[in-house]
Design a protein around this ligand. Structure first.
Ligand SMILES: Nc1ncnc2c1ncn2[C@@H]1O[C@H](COP(=O)(O)OP(=O)(O)OP(=O)(O)O)[C@@H](O)[C@H]1O
Ligand SMILES: [Mg+2]
Length: 265
């Protein structure tokens, strides 16, 4: 059974009536990885926010359906959403530092998520947070460090630890590695792939970077101005793109070495 399915989802900004997303569909099975690429403002993040139940104010799902682990999200109350967020679907975004309180230790913030989401007492939450940090390959010392003492890659790992605390079935990584240097980016992707393999975590990976998508995703959606211009298996889309816009994206990337990741088929 799918853990996340979007069917012809359209999202409208009710302030001006403009449709920001016009018909996105995909199905994510456990352990599956869907990529979303496309130019800035094409609706990638808004699509993710709809799946997370955190659309900006005045944005609504105009038509179509989002099914999250068997729940039609249109029928969910805010309380039910709170229950599902974290424990069924979770997310990490760009700029990890902005999601952490600079005056609290990283460990205490991860432990707080654990305490709230898993209903653990403080001491148990602390122990579990240390385990989570270790699962994202962060040592025990990180627990007592403050955000400014950690690198961007370590901060993103801490946020991934918090995001997977309640063992969600779906993790959305929206430009989660964009601000990181290439080596650290590779480490984070490796970590996500590991989580997918060991826990069956399904992933939605939003990235400007086609190389990330080529390495990591099974299926990819190419978005432009709220529309999906092309969609299919990664090898097909990145190696035999049919749409002009996809061809353009790939041509732009080729100068950055995308061809290293593409295996002729
Ligand atoms: N909070 C908001 N309020 C009003 N409009 C918004 C808001 N967030 C996004 N939009 C608009 O919705 C459209 C899609 O934005 P979205 O953030 O989904 O793009 P994106 O594909 O994620 O772009 P990027 O690659 O830059 O992250 C844009 O026109 C944007 O201006
Ligand atoms: Mg975005």
């Amino acid at each position: 059974m799918s853990v996340l399915a979007l069917d012809a989802v359209r999202i409208r900004n009710d302030v001006d009536g403009r449709e920001i997303v016009r018909g996105v569909s995909f199905t994510l099975e456990p352990g599956g990885v869907v990529g979303i690429v496309g130019e800035s403002g094409s609706g990638k993040t808004i699509t993710c926010r709809a799946a997370l139940g955190i659309l900006p104010e005045h944005f609504t799902i105009a038509s179509g359906r989002i099914d999250l682990d068997g729940h039609d999200v249109a029928t969910l109350t805010p309380k039910q959403w709170t229950g599902l967020r974290g424990s069924t679907i979770s997310a990490v975004f760009q700029d990890p530092a902005s999601y952490l309180n600079p005056s609290l230790t990283v460990g205490s913030q991860v432990a707080e998520v654990v305490r709230v989401k898993l209903g653990l007492r403080r001491k148990a939450a602390r122990l579990h947070a240390i385990e989570l940090l270790s699962s994202v390959r962060l040592g025990k010392a990180v627990f007592d460090q403050y955000p400014h003492e950690l690198s961007g890659g370590m901060l993103q790992r801490s946020l991934i630890a918090a995001a997977i605390a309640a063992e969600p079935k779906v993790l959305i990584a929206d430009e989660a590695t964009t601000a990181l240097d290439v080596t650290v980016q590779a480490e984070i992707l490796d970590l996500l792939a590991d989580l997918r393999d060991t826990t069956g975590l399904a992933l939605v990976v939003v990235s400007h970077d086609l190389a990330v998508v080529a390495q990591f995703c099974d299926e990819v959606l190419v978005m432009r101005e709220g529309e999906v211009v092309e969609q299919g298996p990664v090898e097909k889309i990145l190696y035999h793109p049919e749409h002009e816009y996809t061809q353009l994206l790939i041509a732009e990337h080729e100068s950055y070495g995308l061809e290293r990741y593409l295996v002729p088929s």
